[in-house]
Every structure is written in structure tokens, then in C-alpha cells.
Design a protein around this ligand. Sequence first.
Ligand code: CA
Ligand code: CA
Length: 81
Amino acid sequence: MLQYTYDDWQAMYVGLYPNREHLPGDVNDDGKLGIDDVTDLIDLLLAGNSAGNNQADVDADGRISIEDVTTLIDFLLSGNK
Ligand SMILES: [Ca+2]
Ligand SMILES: [Ca+2]
């Protein structure tokens, strides 16, 4: 039986969703950034259950915190979508 590594899965994922791999902040995974992502990110923080949601780590420091919320809000307000 063929065994896939994490890198294999990641390569396939990038192939399937080339525009999604690099969209930090898209917490609800709808392909774009909006206020819904901010509320979902806050919900994740409050629930204390952010494991596995890489998009929620907006500032890419390896953890989910209030700084990700402010970074996402700043990004949205800057108009650079
Ligand atoms: Ca979104
Ligand atoms: Ca972070």
C-alpha cells in the first residue's frame, strides 16, 4: 500500500487549491478575507480550540492569539485584499 508523507499531501493540496495555500486570515475558508473571518477567529480564541487551523495564525508566529485578530483587522482596514 502506498504511503503518503505530509509533504506529499501538502503538494497535492497546493495543486488543488493554488490560491488558498497562501491566504492567512481566511479562517472560515471561503477563499476571501472579510469581517466574518475576524468573528470566526475571535470565536476560535474564546473557544480555546484553534488547533489545526493554520489560516487563523495570521501573523505566522506559530500560535493563535489576539495579535492575529488585530493583524487581520489592520489588514482588512488597509484595503490590501
Ligand atoms: Ca474568509
Ligand atoms: Ca499568530
